[in-house]
Design a protein around this ligand. Structure first.
Ligand SMILES: NC(=O)c1ccc[n+]([C@@H]2O[C@H](COP(=O)([O-])OP(=O)(O)OC[C@H]3O[C@@H](n4cnc5c(N)ncnc54)[C@H](OP(=O)(O)O)[C@@H]3O)[C@@H](O)[C@H]2O)c1
Length: 361
């Protein structure tokens, strides 16, 4: 076993050398060959490399290319977590576009505001369902209701948007195992439960699965381990499902919103206040002693200011979800976020860990 890390280092070095050789010699050599074939002077290779780089920059900065739209044509979409935030706004938006919407609400039976608002639309195309994504019973009932309402269940359900989610924060040593379980149950297992329950209907329609992850499904941060692990899980689940669904014609997309804290109800000042009290009260004595109250208060102040930050307008998130549902060729990943967060995600996911750690932590 002792030889495995050595072998790994050797393979990594070999791979790096291979990349260097390919990029260093291979790229100019291939461009030279193309120049020769086109009858152009080989001195244009540098210009070509600059040109390719500019194409890459343009690709990054360019608005979305039109890729054709599917017809709404009586299609139906299930959205979870429609009591507030993105889910509530999305349910209304999809309805406006002509879709039949099955809006899953956690608090429908308890008279929740979001469910009431959707019910008060009094539309045949807006069906509000009681749906706790952690409940097998409610999930089965919701699926039976959807089957019953679909004109032709054989035509299936066009899309599911797994939007229901919770968030919390706190350093690892302050966070209880129960908290990890709760976040994981809603954000990850809830997504898997709902997806599995509706996949037979989605497969019939050759439809769409749209999972709402987060920028924190691609990069970690201090105090966010509970949320990050659940959203990394959503990313992994979505990737594997995408590979499996390819043969069925079902497209799976992930939405990775940046910071829209002020726009939704996911982390309010009240939640931050209550969570802070719970974290300090329940922390083991040795953790309180070692970290100290001053450090803890500093971190909580950061969270209080964080919950007043972010984009107020959630239009970019809704546009991306709509694109994933209606485009003929939806993207695998959508990153609705401010430019500085986009750059951070790119650096954190593409640079060696030592460099991105140095830059951000
Ligand atoms: N806002 C952001 O900055 C941001 C960034 C990245 C990703 N996201 C993701 O976007 C999604 C929507 O969040 P949001 O920002 O719109 O926050 P939100 O307003 O809190 O919406 C989330 C909804 O999910 C519901 N929910 C919680 N547990 C549920 C369960 N067990 N079953 C069904 N529904 C449940 C919540 O109901 P209650 O309010 O009654 O708990 C709430 O209505 C989440 O997956 C979140 O992780 C948000």
């Amino acid at each position: 076993m002792a030889s495995i890390p050595g072998l790994r280092v050797f393979l990594l070095v070999l791979f790096s050398v291979f990349l260097t050789v390919v990029l260093g010699f291979g790229l100019p050599a291939s461009l030279n060959a193309v120049m020769w074939l086109l009858g152009l002077p080989q001195t244009s290779v540098t210009e070509c490399i600059v040109g390719l780089y500019l194409i890459f920059v343009a690709f990054v900065a360019m608005p979305r290319l039109p890729r054709g739209w599917v017809k709404v044509d009586g299609k139906a979409v299930l959205v979870t977590g429609c009591d507030s935030g993105f889910g509530l706004a999305l349910a209304k938006h999809l309805h406006k576009l002509g879709f039949t919407v099955f809006a899953g609400c956690l608090l429908k039976d308890k008279g929740g505001e979001g469910a009431k608002e959707l019910e008060e639309m009094h539309s045949d195309r807006m069906r509000v369902l009681q749906l706790d994504v952690c409940s097998d019973e409610q999930t089965n009932q919701a699926v039976e209701h959807i089957k019953h309402c679909l004109g032709d269940p054989e035509k299936g359900l066009w899309a599911v948007v797994n939007n229901a989610g919770v968030s919390t924060f706190g350093e690892v040593e302050f966070t209880s195992i129960d908290t990890y379980r709760q976040v994981y149950e809603v954000n990850l297992i809830g997504t898997i439960r709902i997806t599995k329950a509706v996949l037979p209907l989605i497969r019939r329609a050759k439809g769409r699965v749209v999972n709402i992850a987060s920028m924190y499904g691609r990069m970690g941060n201090i105090m966010r381990s509970q949320y990050c692990m659940s959203k990394y899980g959503v990313e992994a689940f979505s990737d594997c499902l995408r590979y499996e669904m390819k043969t069925w014609g079902v497209k799976v997309s992930v939405i990775e919103p940046g910071n829209f804290i002020v726009a939704t109800g996911i982390l309010t000042r009240d939640i931050v206040g209550n969570t802070s009290n719970k974290l300090w009260t329940e922390a083991p004595p040795i953790v309180k002693e070692d970290y100290g109250k001053a450090h803890f208060e500093h971190q909580m102040a950061l969270m209080r200011s964080y919950c007043n930050s972010g984009q107020k307008d959630m239009a970019s998130v809704l546009d991306d979800i709509i694109d994933a549902i209606t485009s003929k060729r939806p993207y695998t990943r959508y990153l609705p976020m401010e430019p500085h967060l986009w750059i951070r995600v790119q650096l954190m996911t593409h640079l060696p860990g030592a460099i991105s750690d140095f830059l951000y932590f």
